[in-house]
Structure formats: C-alpha cells, structure tokens
Design a protein around this ligand. Structure first.
Ligand code: SF4
Length: 489
C-alpha cells in the first residue's frame, strides 16, 4: 500500500492518479494509519513571497527528496496559475518515481481521459503540429510515439470539422440498455434482454416520450450526429427497432444530420431483417464488434457467439447495404497474447471494415471480471504493449488512420483506446463526445447528457437513472432535468 501525505490537498486527485500509474497494483491511500503501508510519499508546499516550493519525499527501501520551485504572479487560484501548480506537482512526482522505479510512462504526466484535447486547443491558438509534438514531449514528458499520435489525431479532428461551428450544433444519444448476455468485462448499463422482456415495451414508450421532449428542447438547432448505443440496440426485435427509428425520424430532420449511428455490437443480436431495417430507416453507420476472433476468449468473456457469427453478421450487413461499418477489438483480454491479436487482425483484414476501434482492457469495478478477479489470475494477458504495436502497424498497412483517442482509469499498461478509420469514414460522434465540443442530449436509462458552455469553459451533466424500473417510473423527472438546462453554444 502506498500512503500519500500532503499539507495542501487541492491537487490530491491528480497526484494520486499519477502515483497509481507507477503502482498499478497498489492501493493509494491519502493520509490514513500505518497498517500495510510499504511506500510513503510526502508532498508539502511552502510559500515565500510569490515562490511556491513543492517538496517531495519518497520513502521505500531508500529515501529520496526533491523540490520544485514555481513563481506565481497574481491570483493563485486563477485557472492558469492552478494549471502551473498542478503541473509542477505532477512533474516532480514523475521525476522522482521514474528515477526510483527506473520506468517511464508512455503518456508521461498526462493522467486525463482526453490527451488530444491539449494539442486541439493549441491548434486553435495557432500552434503547428511539430510544435505540439515537442510541447507534449518536453512539458508533459509524453513519449515521442504517443506525442506524435495525439498531435496527429487532434489535427485530423480539426480538419474534419473545418468550417463547421460544432459548438452551435448539438448531438443526440439514445441508450438501449439491453444485451443478449452480460460480458465479463462490462461496466455499462446493460441488462440481459431475456430477463427484461416484459419491460421492453414500457421502456420504449418512455424513451419515445423522452426523444420527443428532446426534439422540442432543441428546436432550431442543427443536429450534427445521432448515436444509438447501449447496451446493444439490436437486442430489440426488428419491429421495435423500426418503431424506434421511426420515432427518431419523426422528431429530427435526418436530411440535415451529418451521421446516424446504431451499434449492432453483438453479432448474436443481428439478423438480416434488423440490418435491413437500419438501412431503410436512414442509419449511415453501424458497429459489429468481435472484440477478438479467438473462440476460447469469446467463450471465456461470456459473449455467447462464435467467430463464424461475426463473419456471418458482417456479410449480412454488407448484403443489407451498409457501407460504413465499425468493428471494435479489445487488447489485454484474459489469456490473450500478441499472436492471438495478430490472428484476429488477419480476420479483420479479410472483412475490411471502414472503421476499427482498438480498446485496451480497462478493469472496471462494476465488472464481473473485477469481482471475480481471482478466477482469472492465471490468465493474465501477456505483451499488451506489443499487441498495441501490432494494431498500429496493421492500421497503417491497411489504410486506416487514427482519428480519436481516449484513455480510461486502470487500463492495461497505461495505454489507450484508438479509433481508426479509412479516410472519409470517421465516426464524428466519437470525436464530439471525447473532445467535449458541443452539447449532447442523451435519452434512456443510464444515459448522461452533457451541456457544453464554451465561452465559460464549463460543462454540466444531467444523468438519467440507471435502473429500467426507475427510468420508467421517473421519466418526467428525467425530461425535466434536461429541460431546466440552457443548451449552451
Ligand atoms: S455487449 Fe457491451 S454493453 Fe453489452 S454486455 Fe457486452 S460489453 Fe456490456
């Protein structure tokens, strides 16, 4: 256990996140008693005039001490000064821990979910891509490869939205929280459809009311993207899907929407009829997600579908006319190594989807994998870094370019999730949600609306309840929560 002591705690969260990256298997405790503590880190800040001194003491087998001095002009609590102080803490922690542990982190001192936000904002101030790469490497200690990737992705995002003031538009998310079964690593709002069959109609009628209400709230605003996710939307019947898509069409002018995505994620949830409904009702982009093409892993993670089902679902989607298909993969699944990933990639090459999203497994507390972690200890994945490298090489060789990137807590090897696309097929919604560029109104159980106010550099959230029963009972409240918020932009 690692204990952190601080005389001022305003940057405790950032410090803990960075320390955790160096001690991924340890619990990090802020203060607390001595029991079980093997490492102690003390971070104290002292002020003399306008110079802040941050002192760090690391006590493990040996004791290391270092300091950083930061000169702060004006209000210590201004956004810029807080940024400087936060960076000084993190830089000091990074230097001490990387020396003590003889280890560097691919993302350096960046601990946030959205590393591309920085270069994106720098470009708006006129910085070039090369300058952004250098700044990421020098100020944030990001590795050259990751700095290059983040800077390139931010530039692609900028190009994709050139000439569009996305903050003046809005996007819509619709959640269908049902799946055929629950995957081992799942932490989303998802319920097995067979057990909730008797509630799906009541759920849908509330959802339709919410969609209608959101359409009223957003009258006069152009909609950039509509995204139906979950869960697995195609867990619904073809008739339910058609009614859902009709409701969307009735309430939003699809002719002006730039992208309409439906996740048909689980191959065991789709058939030709459903895929045709999606196409006929104006969906422009779908996802069919294998995660891996290794059958033993699919069985282990509770997907209850075969590799052949993935091939079949993909072929049916093409037959139904879908020409923009994304496939999700996960690296770091239990028992998998880089050769398994290569075998999956050669199957993907044969299918040739337009988009490929590569996730690195993140251990989420709400998942069965974390609750039952002891059962999977023998199946610790190997060479996740090498696996990621193979996906990067694969993407380059097959004409995909990275267009969005995000990180999560507790990801294997501190890595990242990357969305690749063949040029012209990038998923706009993915970028909008990751870069927090505009207000996104969300309907359905467990869905979170985000209200973006760019002039004030402020984002507000409105969460819908997660339980299906609560959602049905409290639908008016869910609608009111959104109605009370100004749209922003
Ligand atoms: S398909 Fe996705 S949402 Fe459904 S159980 Fe699996 S991980 Fe969760």
């Amino acid at each position: 256990m690692v204990r952190l002591k601080m005389n001022r705690e305003e940057f405790a969260y950032d410090c803990i996140s960075l320390i955790k990256a160096f001690y991924p298997k340890e619990k990090i405790l802020l203060h607390g008693d001595d029991e079980g503590v093997t490492t102690e880190i003390v971070l104290d800040r002292f002020l003399e005039g306008n110079v802040h001194e941050i002192r760090m003491t690391l006590s493990e087998e040996q004791t290391t001490r270092k300091s950083r001095f930061v000169t702060i002009e004006g209000d210590e609590n201004s956004l810029e000064n807080k940024r400087l102080l936060r960076m000084a803490y993190k830089d000091l922690i990074y230097e001490v821990l990387s020396e003590a542990k003889q280890e560097t982190l691919p993302w350096g001192t960046l601990t946030g979910v959205r590393p591309t936000k920085l270069p994106y904002s720098w470009y708006q101030e006129g910085m070039t891509e090369t300058e952004a790469v250098n700044r990421l490497m020098t100020e944030y200690r990001v590795s050259p490869e990751k700095a290059q990737t983040a800077a390139q992705i931010a530039m692609t995002e900028r190009e994709l939205f050139a000439g569009i003031d996305v903050s003046k538009e809005i996007s819509i998310y619709i959640g269908i929280p049902f799946c055929p079964t629950t995957c081992l690593y799942c932490s989303f709002t998802s319920y097995p459809i067979a057990e909730y069959q008797n509630l799906t109609e009541a759920y849908l009628s509330c959802l339709f009311r919410e969609i209608q209400a959101v359409s009223q709230m957003t009258k006069g605003r152009k909609v950039t993207a509509i995204y139906i996710g979950g869960g697995t939307p195609t867990s619904l019947t073809a008739d339910q899907l058609r009614r859902l898509l009709h409701t969307v069409r009735e309430n939003f002018d699809l002719k002006t929407v730039r992208e309409f995505t439906v996740e048909a994620g689980r191959p065991d949830s789709v058939d030709f009829e459903k895929l045709l409904v999606l196409k006929e009702e104006g969906v422009t982009r779908i996802s069919i997600n294998p995660q891996t093409m290794k059958q033993e892993t699919l069985d282990l993670i509770g997907r209850r579908h075969s590799v052949e089902d993935v091939r079949r679902a993909f072929a049916l989607a093409r037959e139904a006319g879908h020409d923009n298909i994304n496939m999700d993969l996960i690296l770091g699944l239990p028992g998998e190594n880089a050769d398994d990933v290569s075998a999956t990639l050669s199957e993907i090459a044969t299918l040739s989807p337009e988009d490929l999203t590569v996730h690195t497994l993140a251990l989420k507390r709400a998942s069965r994998l974390v609750r039952e972690i002891d059962r999977y200890e023998d199946l610790t994945p190997t060479d996740t870094v090498e696996s990621l490298q193979r996906t990067i090489t694969f993407a380059k060789e097959h004409g995909y370019r990275p267009y969005y990137l995000y990180r999560q807590k507790n990801m294997a090897e501190n890595l990242e999730n990357v969305g690749y696309a063949k040029p012209g097929h990038e998923g706009l919604y993915n970028i909008l949600i990751m870069e927090e560029m505009q207000t996104i109104l969300a309907c359905g159980a467990g869905a979170t609306s985000k209200f973006v106010y760019p002039e004030q550099n402020r984002i507000e959230r409105a969460d819908n309840v997660k339980s299906i029963r609560d959602y049905i009972e409290r639908i008016d409240e869910m609608i009111d929560r959104k109605r009370r918020m100004p749209l922003g932009g």
